[in-house]
Ligand binder design. Structure first.
Ligand SMILES: CC(C)(COP(=O)(O)OP(=O)(O)OC[C@H]1O[C@@H](n2cnc3c(N)ncnc32)[C@H](O)[C@@H]1OP(=O)(O)O)[C@@H](O)C(=O)NCCC(=O)NCCS
Length: 236
């Protein structure tokens, strides 16, 4: 990725960046110097070196990209955290309203950048479904739809649904402090969608839009915002 300046997204756009964090492994030292003390401490607390390297590569790229939007050196980007840990950027001019959300699963990282509204993104490495997963993630109505699916479709539909829910909870900033069934979807709709219910309410659900990331071989992904009339611009 070059260091040229970037025009912030319009109010109808969400910029999406995706990259392979393992491919950035050789840049570890270059990313490390971009991180703040708190990020370095967190990196040092990972039990496995692979997870530390992935965290450093994701945060390093995040800072580089935000730096290009804000025309600042990546190491001067100030990040603060919401009550449930959602990071946001405080080093922007008063009239700027750049929001972002980061996700990583295995070696895939994805970043959504919006302007003036909160956004959430999730990528999920598609893997075998453990027995407890549908119970934890799906509402009773979603489970009925899921159980009626042919076995060959279950894995793709499950991770598509999970990504939609997690992206939505990340847009809110709560993560799984709220239960996964707070957002309920029609599992027969694939790709872009709107939840059927949010917190049990259809009116609230109608204010949300969920956009699917193009299905990458090992990953399902979604971007969510409590806003209509926006689309994804793929930045790489
Ligand atoms: C948010 C959450 C769903 C992310 O789960 P995950 O498996 O790490 O998933 P992802 O890779 O998609 O997202 C991680 C990224 O989301 C961002 N994030 C962290 N907390 C977030 C939140 N509450 N809302 C939105 N985004 C959040 C961070 O950038 C994080 O990556 P980083 O720490 O490496 O920068 C999960 O951590 C959660 O439910 N957190 C809320 C509950 C909690 O633990 N609160 C206490 C912390 S203060």
């Amino acid at each position: 990725m070059s260091a040229s300046p970037l025009t912030p997204p319009s109010a109808q756009e969400v910029h999406v960046w995706q990259w392979d964090i393992d491919a950035c492994g050789s840049d570890f030292d270059r990313y490390w110097v971009l991180l703040c003390a708190q990020e370095r401490e967190r990196a040092g607390n990972f039990r496995f070196e692979l997870h530390c390297r992935r965290y450093v590569a994701a945060r390093g790229q995040l800072r580089q990209i935000l730096g290009r939007y804000l025309a600042r050196a990546p190491q001067t980007i100030a990040l603060e955290y919401g009550p449930e840990g959602k990071p946001f950027c405080t080093s922007q001019p008063a009239e700027w309203t750049i929001c972002f959300n980061l996700s990583h699963s295995e070696s895939t990282a994805a970043l959504a950048v919006s302007n003036g509204f909160e956004v959430g993104i999730d990528v999920e490495h598609v893997r075998p479904i453990e027995e407890s997963m549908p119970l934890q993630v799906l509402s009773a109505r979603e489970r009925e739809q899921f159980d009626a699916l042919p076995a060959t479709e279950r894995q793709a539909v499950f991770f598509e649904t999970w990504a939609r829910k997690e992206a939505s909870l990340k847009a809110l900033g709560t993560g799984f402090v709220l239960p996964a069934e707070h957002f309920e979807f029609d599992l027969s709709i694939h790709g872009d969608t709107t939840p059927c219910l949010v917190g049990g309410e259809a009116t609230e659900a109608s204010r949300w839009r969920i956009r699917a990331l193009p299905p990458g071989a090992p990953c399902a992904g979604a971007v969510a915002a409590r806003r209509t009339g926006w689309s994804i611009v793929h930045m790489n």
